[in-house]
Design a protein around this ligand. Sequence first.
Ligand SMILES: [Zn+2]
Length: 202
Amino acid sequence: MLVIDPGHGGLDGGASAGDGTTESVLNLQIALRMEALARLTGAECRLTRREEALDYPAELDTVHEKKVWDQKTRVALINNTPGAVLFSVHQNRYPDPRPSGCQVLYAKTPGSKELGELVHGNLVSRLCPENRRVAAPVGESIYLMKQIGCPAILVECGFLSNYEEAKKLESEGYQKLLAAVLVASYWQYEITRPLPGGEGAA
Ligand SMILES: [Zn+2]
């Protein structure tokens, strides 16, 4: 089952582009396009959020408590989904406006490195062939990616700090391309990965 996590949302907008567009909005737009394509191609699919606003429990006071609750809720949804394969969708940002291009970061869980290298290779060859970055392990500071048990990747679709790339990431056409490559990569991974239990399993 494809689980899509549109990064950030609610009180957490994530990075922002020069024109004020927040990462959380773009992540959700791309995730919803992925969901539509996944359904069209017959993949079971689940999202960790479907709205920009998040429905925080009334008893939570501080922004910190609300953000912790959000992350724990997402982790619980992912870990309670049988056969989950997680794509967490994000946008990058850097102080220097020049860097551009996508990068896939993978979790420590079994299957994640293979998934990450597959998706990164497909994104680079289809969307940003001049990109010299490689798929890499995700940083220890990303709570969600440390807590999940399934194959999982974090997709940095591009740099909001790069003016040209931010315009592309905000466009319907480029979002559809991203969604198509990501969903096709999910299928490629599902079709080629070893069955649970591996060889010799009953
Ligand atoms: Zn992010």
